[in-house]
Write a protein that binds this ligand. Structure first.
Ligand code: S3P
Length: 173
């Protein structure tokens, strides 16, 4: 593949980290989960950072973590769900790699987030209708950013081979 980085984008629970691990293995590339990189860089957890510095502080720090990855090659990066929606992050990712929006419906996201053990400050404590309404609203405001990805993938339909085919079809592999 001529490109050097693939950024996986999408709402919390869409499967970025899982796909990132499999895709990087299939391509023989490295894998970075931006939330894990963030936690190593700042020697804390995402929920604790949120608690201490609020969302604004988190977004600043998150961008600095993202920018650290600028010179990496042959790397698949699973971004946090909010990354594309702040500052010029979407421009940065489009200029430095191939961006894939993993599109998943609100109902499926709600189900996956309800079953997830990961602590996510934005949805912590939300269940049932409150969770679905939150996802619906947030997704509406986030999709204009996600939709700027070079590839929009139906993540409920595609398996690993599907993604490899999409990359091939778009001339990126
Ligand atoms: C967030 C998503 C999380 C994490 C943080 C904020 C968001 O990552 O970065 O809790 O704003 O959507 P995942 O998308 O990997 O859950």
């Amino acid at each position: 593949m001529s490109t050097k980085k693939i950024f996986l984008l999408g709402f919390m629970g869409c499967g970025k980290s899982t796909l990132g691990r499999h895709l990087s293995k299939a391509l023989g590339w490295k894998f970075i989960d931006l939330d894990s990189y963030f936690e190593d860089k700042f020697k804390t957890t995402v929920p604790l950072f949120f608690k201490e510095f609020g969302e604004d502080g988190f977004r600043d720090a998150e961008q600095s973590a993202l920018f650290d990855l600028k010179d990496l090659t042959n790397t698949v990066i699973a971004t946090g769900g909010g990354v594309p929606c702040f500052f010029n992050n979407m421009d940065f990712m489009n200029q430095n790699g191939v961006t894939i929006y993993m599109k998943v419906s609100p109902a499926v996201l709600a189900q996956r987030l309800s079953n997830s053990k990961n602590v996510r400050p934005l949805v912590q404590g939300k269940i049932g209708n409150e969770l679905i309404e939150y996802i619906n609203d947030k997704l509406k405001s986030r999709e204009p950013f996600y939709n700027r990805a070079s590839i929009i993938a139906d993540a409920e339909l595609l398996d690993l081979n599907g993604y490899l085919r999409v990359l091939e079809d778009t001339g990126l592999k």
